[in-house]
Design a protein around this ligand. Structure first.
Ligand SMILES: C[S@@+](CC[C@H](N)C(=O)[O-])C[C@H]1O[C@@H](n2cnc3c(N)ncnc32)[C@H](O)[C@@H]1O
Length: 252
């Protein structure tokens, strides 16, 4: 069923999302530390609940019925809503979080202003720096993916300016066995991209012209078989973490 929210159809992405895009505990530790001692937290673009702390009161907001339906029973059900119009009063919660979602909002600045409006304390955004996406070797195979992705991510400067004074940007290292399957999570596991389910859980691929994905995956498969990938990038297979484009942006 077609269920477009933001710029992605999560009806098509389907149930594989929660198998492939899970909370990575190392990244979660950074997010939870940034939330400080907040007891009540709005999670905007909450999806199936990744990164929601289990020991606080979380109010999830999520526009996609397909994503809301994938929330596990131990998490609170999500409210139907969008970042640009949060259904909360000014200063009504301790903190607000938005994990890997701002790039899908039709009006990211309006959504960020809403988060700042409703939260008394920290606003915590996990996102990607569109200017740093070419750090990942995958972009050598699919330059079109970098172009498509760079156009989606709000500039880090725009986010910090919108969230206001004191906002800080922290690069987030990606662990070698990262269990949140965004593209950089597989920096050391190139074979993973050959699995269509992995790519379906990464919305970026849906922005490519027909044939581009197939061409890139055929080249990658051939390079993995011939050893060309390992010759060029093989040292990544044992690098414990990758410093790419993931950023944690925190407004106090
Ligand atoms: C990549 S998913 C991330 C979900 C979850 N935060 C996570 O980390 O797994 C992006 C989410 O943003 C949601 N979204 C799209 N447009 C939105 C909007 N305008 N306001 C709030 N959420 C939106 C999508 O429906 C989707 O669930």
């Amino acid at each position: 069923m077609t269920q477009v929210t933001g710029d992605t159809d999560y009806g098509l992405v389907g149930a594989a999302y929660t198998r492939i895009r899970r909370t990575d505990p190392r990244i979660a530790a950074l997010v939870h530390a940034a939330l400080g001692d907040a007891r009540t937290i709005v999670n905007v673009g909450a999806g199936a609940g990744s990164y929601e702390p289990l020991d606080r009161h979380v109010l999830p907001v999520e526009p996609s019925p397909a994503m809301r339906a994938q929330r596990p029973a131990h998490l609170a059900p999500a409210l139907h809503g969008v970042a640009e119009h949060l259904p909360f009063d000014d200063d009504s919660v301790d903190a607000a979080m938005a994990m890997v979602t701002v790039h899908q909002w039709p009006d990211a600045e309006a959504g960020l202003r809403e988060m700042r409006r409703v939260a008394r304390g920290p606003v915590v955004v996990l996102t990607f720096d569109g200017d740093e996406l070419d750090r990942l070797w995958l972009m050598d195979y699919v330059p079109e993916l970098r172009v498509a992705e760079a156009a989606r991510y709000p500039a880090v400067d725009t986010i910090t300016r919108t969230l206001g004074p004191g906002t800080r940007v922290r690069p987030v290292p990606v662990p070698i066995d990262c269990v949140d399957g965004f593209t950089e999570a597989y920096y050391a596991r190139p074979e993973a991209f050959l699995d269509p389910a992995v790519r379906r859980a990464q919305s970026a691929w849906t922005f490519l012209e027909p044939g581009v994905e197939e061409r890139a995956m055929a080249t990658l498969a051939a390079d993995l078989t011939s050893g060309a990938w390992d010759e060029r990038y093989g040292s990544l297979r044992t690098r414990p973490e990758f410093h790419g484009a993931v950023r944690l942006i925190v407004s106090p």
